[in-house]
Ligand binder design. Structure first.
Ligand code: CAA
Length: 377
């Protein structure tokens, strides 16, 4: 068993770390303050092949695999968490189209996503169906060569700008409820974008509601077979959850690094904070938990990359990483004391940004259900 990254994976890590430190981190506070979508960061990721990491080269992707993707996403998140979520969802959508799409769909959408010419969005959640994803009510009724979609979606990342959105909708209610997945493009009649949410964190990321009012989607835009939409959504989320685990580690690593340097500089009672065992314990706990979290994310990514099952491992990584990262961000604010509570320092942003990682792409409670079902079946 080897713990080192392969040479090309390590090179990607160095390249993305330098990009995130030089170009993303210096602007992250301003992006948060101005609630500004970091379009230029997403373009850079596209230029460097970081938006199609799970997509084969024949469709314009960089085909670096799930491990390199997790490594890169953590680095981007350490620089700018809002940029990382845009990157995560675009890669997830590309992966979903690659795994479940027709040749024609792959040629039509993947080069756009991989190059950054378009971002991707994933629309499962509805105002009344979040954790209970099967409870969605947006409908898709077949009418000749189109499906007519009606309903609305909530909290959709990249929703405003997406070149393609995977939309889950109910195709049949009887004798059994069945869900389909549809590739909805901007400008399709009846498709509209609603209000942007005012969020606690990830303020640069675009989160909106979507409406479908007799929206006609051609049959050629159905992803997979008619009743396959729910399984496609769950499978896409398995991969997405590895990304959220990696994103969590990246955000919390930035918070830990900030707290570590602050502890060296800040003096109280005649010595640097770093000299106090209470502070050392906090730093050590964060470092330990983040190491464990990243190893879990890499294990799930490795299983995905090598074709093994990874539903359970993805949920284990997501629940552990998002919760450990929250604790690490919380400790970092605590180490900064009063300065941790003001905007002048980055740790209050990290704490606001991290909270959603234990909510989106399946709450911690849902991850525990997935893990327990896996154990008990
Ligand atoms: N892969 C493939 N298929 C799967 C699967 C998986 N991981 N998990 C379940 N399925 C299939 C099952 O095999 C089953 O198929 P059959 O009907 O053919 O037997 C079907 O899906 C239904 O499965 P369940 O009975 O397990 O479904 P359930 O209603 O009990 O729900 C759940 C399971 C785990 C709770 C699920 O609803 C869930 O994950 N909920 C959370 C939803 C979620 O993560 N939302 C996030 C929104 S997206 C987002 O946040 C993105 C963003 O913008 C950042």
């Amino acid at each position: 068993m080897r713990f080192e990254l392969r040479e090309e994976q390590a090179q990607i890590r160095e390249m993305v770390r330098s990009l995130a430190r030089k170009e993303f981190a210096p602007k992250a506070a301003e992006i948060d303050e101005q609630v500004r979508y970091p379009a230029e960061n997403l373009s850079r990721l596209g230029e460097l092949g970081l938006l199609g990491m799970l997509v084969p080269a024949s469709y314009g992707g960089s085909e670096t695999g799930a491990v390199a993707y997790a490594v890169a996403l953590a680095e981007v998140a350490a620089g700018c968490a809002s940029t990382a979520v845009g990157m995560a969802v675009t890669n997830m959508v590309g992966d979903g189209i690659h795994r479940f799409g027709t040749e024609e769909q792959k040629h039509r959408f993947l080069p756009l996503l991989a190059s950054g010419a378009a971002t991707g969005a994933f629309a499962l959640t509805e105002p009344s169906a979040g954790s209970d994803a099967f409870g969605i009510s947006t409908s898709a009724v077949r009418d000749g060569e189109t499906y007519v979609l009606n309903g609305s979606k909530a909290f959709i990342t990249n929703g405003t700008r997406a070149g393609v959105t995977i939309v889950m909708a109910v195709t049949d209610k009887k004798p059994k409820k069945r869900i389909g997945a549809f590739l909805v493009e901007p400008g399709m009649p009846g498709f509209s974008i609603g209000k942007a949410e005012h969020k606690m964190g990830l303020k640069g990321s675009d989160t909106v509601s979507l409406s479908f009012d007799d929206c006609r989607v051609p049959v050629r835009n159905r992803l997979g077979e008619e009743g396959e939409g729910f399984a496609i959504a769950m499978s896409a989320l398995d991969g997405g959850r590895i990304g959220i685990a990696a994103q969590s580690v990246g955000i919390a690593r930035a918070a830990l690094e900030a707290a570590t340097s602050y502890a060296r500089e800040r003096r109280q009672f005649g010595q640097p904070l770093a000299g106090f065992q209470a502070i050392q314990g906090m730093l050590a706990d964060s470092a330990t938990e983040l190491d464990a979290a990243f190893l879990l994310a890499l294990r799930a990514a490795y299983r995905k990359e090598t074709g093994a099952s990874y539903t359970r491992e993805a949920s284990v990584a997501k629940v552990f990483a998002s919760e450990a990262a929250y604790r690490a961000c919380h400790r970092s604010v605590q180490i900064f004391g009063g300065y941790g509570y003001i905007r002048e320092y980055p740790v209050e942003r990290h704490l606001r940004d991290i909270k959603v990682t234990s909510i989106y792409e399946g709450t911690s409670e849902i991850q525990r259900i997935v893990i327990a079902r896996n154990l008990l079946r």
